[in-house]
Design a protein around this ligand. Structure first.
Ligand code: IVH
Length: 698
């Protein structure tokens, strides 16, 4: 029907209201269909732009004809209502909970099937019972009430009898139809039950956003979803994208004459799907214990790769007649059970925080935990990325913390269980010395990570250091690769770089996968690496921030190794392209006695290069003098003058002070000249400056 509408037409003045009403209705139906394809079926039939265009047309029409307003319009998703509080609502049909099978193993499914068969009085000769198997979504239960096909109320589960009205927020969830799909015949009252949840990607994005805004982050998608659902301001909910899966019904009329329009749970789910609700694609009919076990295993394997979290599976007897026969025990149906997976999140005590040193020298705090069974394994350690991560999560030693292990991912401390601490516990602080080698620990400005400066000396960094040393563009030791270095370091044969030159044929050929021929090749490569250049050697030392071009600049500037090792940060800053970061890195590296020792030992092992003391600099005739330039000089550019003065050892400053020796003033000199005169600073013209450069005096 929408094809016949001119979507480009704008609502002209004088449109007969009847036409507008018809068009509005058609547009709403079209948008409803497209939104369903997009949000529920994940199969859009038109590009986003097309949807937007039609949407805007509807918006324009609704604006022009306020009398056509409808709360069900696709334009009314985000209504921005702000409530004073959530209103309690008594459920028409209580929202029951579901029994949890205590046995997490496959036998849990067998136990459930055995119980059902017993209660139904079936024996071994009777056929298998038919079940529906569903994922157990980890979100929060929701009751959606539709009257005459329109969403009128959404309520949380609450205590099962009374929940809270969260309609304003639920309307922002695009997967939840505001109106049942008209082609599917709506009952006067239909309550749909299911789970509101947050997808993992939406959760990650939300936490990143919260972090950037300095707000609080959420421990898991379920908490984030619950927080979003209970907002008083629905525009906040709208920014925290939620999703929905339907898994059941509450009140449905007409309840008389045999009740509903379906005789099995599965048929009901398919009807919900037809009405426009998302029903999980994994939902399936399973016959007997065997198929339940298979489902449990299949979902267990798929679990980590789903876009959302599930904490188990649910089995339900499919036949409504059998469900009625089985009935309820207390508040739980006998015909359904939750079969959980080992929890991915558990609470345990943070007993301490250790520090590990990685291959690049990065220090990582590691939580030492009271052993806890989580995600199917016993966990005693979990990462805490860095000090800031610890501060952000607010965890301190002795706290009860939430530990998460999802899939094969490394366990992490997600946060702390809120509550007062019995006593004051200081915040975690990084050690100042590397716990592995004792070298100084540094954290560069703007970086989150602390690093060990031990470099070559630190066992933790040894492998990386050796590979770097052997690199083609550094010492170029062919054949000294990953596998060999692993073996050499793990076996304790190589403890530091100089040990490389102590390697003999016996040791090498005794290693795994090392034929005598290749051992000889490695030894030959080591031997020829001894004759090298200062730049290659410097690069090989693996000093942070010292790459190939910096190594070359350093070699050119200083010419000899000792000068580099003894250089102050100021000296280093004189080198072409060396800034404070590189200068500090070099200075710290050579301030560690271990690193100097390694250099000495390498030299003693025969590593050598041509040292060339750079040509003596011209006599520094103006050393110690401060000169300021101002105005336009008659023959010379400002930069040229500056270069000449600096080459002669003068410091060229930008402002005049009592410490200024000379002001060189050209035409149009301004405030600097006045200031120099006030302070009694000698003022020179260009000619006098040239005499100064020549003779050391003007
Ligand atoms: S059926 C009468 N099916 O698990 C049975 N519940 O106590 C009513 N849940 O918080 C529940 N996935 O929100 C059912 N596929 C599923 C489910 C599911 C998650 C939640 C539900 C409730 C708890 C059951």
């Amino acid at each position: 029907m929408a094809e016949n509408i001119d979507l480009f037409a704008s609502p002209a003045a004088g449109d007969a209201p009847q036409d507008a009403a018809t068009e509005v209705q058609a547009l709403r139906a079209q948008l409803l269909q497209w939104a369903h394809e997009y949000y529920v079926q994940d199969a859009p039939s038109v590009p986003d732009g097309e949807y937007d265009r039609v949407y805007q047309r509807l918006e324009a029409l609704e604006k022009a004809h306020p009398e056509l307003h409808s709360a069900d319009s696709p334009t009314q998703r985000v209504i921005g209502a702000i409530l004073d509080g959530l209103t309690p609502v008594r459920h028409a049909v209580p929202m029951l909970s579901i029994r949890t099978e205590t046995d997490n193993e496959a036998s849990g499914a067998q136990a459930f099937d055995a119980r059902i068969r017993k209660e139904l009085g079936l024996d071994a000769t009777d056929p298998a019972v038919e079940y529906v198997a569903e994922p157990k979504f980890d979100g929060l239960a929701m009751n959606l009430r539709y009257e005459a096909g329109r969403l009128v109320q959404a309520t949380t589960r609450g205590d099962g009898e009374v929940g809270e009205d969260v309609t304003h927020n639920i309307r922002t969830i695009r997967q939840i139809p505001l109106q049942l799909r008209p082609d599917a015949g709506a009952p006067p009252v239909l309550e749909v039950r299911g789970e509101v949840y947050m997808r993992r990607d939406a959760f990650d994005a939300l936490n990143r956003k919260q972090e950037a805004a300095g707000g609080k982050t959420f421990v898991n998608p379920r908490n984030a979803a619950a927080g979003a659902v209970r907002q008083l301001d629905s525009s906040i909910t709208a920014q925290r994208p939620l999703s929905f899966f339907a898994y059941g019904v509450g009140e449905v009329t007409p309840a008389a004459q045999g009740g509903m329009q379906w005789d099995s749970h599965y048929a009901m789910l398919m009807q919900l799907r037809a009405w426009g609700f998302p029903v999980a694609p994994q939902v399936c009919v399973a016959k007997g214990a065997e198929e339940l076990v298979a489902f449990h295993q299949r979902m267990g394997a798929e679990r980590a790769n789903l876009g959302y979290e599930i904490d188990g599976v649910v089995y339900k007897v499919n036949s409504r007649a059998l469900q009625q026969e089985l009935g309820f025990v207390s508040r739980e149906p006998r015909w359904a059970v939750a079969h959980k997976y080992p929890a991915q999140e558990m609470v345990t005590r943070l007993e301490g925080i250790d520090v590990q040193v990685g291959r690049t020298g990065k220090l990582t705090p590691v939580a030492r935990l009271a052993p806890v069974f989580v995600g199917g394994v016993t966990v005693t350690n979990a990462t805490l990325s860095n000090v800031f991560d610890i501060r952000k999560k607010g965890v301190r030693v002795g706290d009860d913390v939430i530990v998460r292990r999802a899939g094969d991912v490394i366990p992490e401390v997600a946060g702390r269980v809120p509550g007062e601490r019995a006593q004051y516990v200081p915040n975690f602080a990084m050690p100042r010395q590397c716990p592995v080698c004792g070298s100084d620990v540094v954290r560069e400005k703007g970086e989150a990570n602390h690093r060990c400066t031990g470099g070559l000396f630190c066992v933790a960094q040894r492998k990386e250091a050796i590979l770097h040393y052997a690199h083609r563009r550094a010492m170029d030791i062919e054949g000294l690769g990953d596998k060999l270095v692993d073996q050499l370091v793990d076996s304790g044969v190589i403890r530091s770089l100089p040990d490389l030159y102590k390697l003999g044929i016996a040791t090498l050929s005794g290693l795994d996968r090392m034929a005598e021929k290749s051992a000889q090749n490695v030894l030959a490569a080591l031997e020829s690496s001894k004759k090298t250049s200062l730049a290659r050697f410097l690069l090989g030392l693996g000093i942070r921030h010292v790459g190939e071009s910096t190594a070359k600049d350093l070699a050119k500037h200083f010419g000899v190794m000792d000068a580099i090792m003894d250089a102050s940060v100021e000296d280093l800053l004189q080198v072409n392209d060396v800034g404070p970061v590189v200068a500090n890195s070099l200075h710290t590296f050579f301030a560690q006695p271990h690193n100097r020792e390694v250099v000495e030992q390498l030299r003693a092992a025969g590593v050598h290069w041509d040292e060339a003391v750079p040509a003596e600099k011209p006599a520094q005739i103006l050393a110690g003098m401060t000169v300021v330039l101002t105005g336009t000089l008659p023959t010379m550019g400002r930069d040229e003058a500056k270069d000449l003065l600096e080459a002669a050892g003068a410091k060229v400053s930008g402002s005049v002070s009592k410490k200024t020796h000379y002001l060189v003033a050209g035409a149009d000199a301004g405030s600097k000249l006045t200031k120099a005169q006030e302070l009694g600073v000698t003022v020179l013209d260009e000619a006098a400056m040239l005499r100064l450069l020549q003779n050391g005096a003007p």
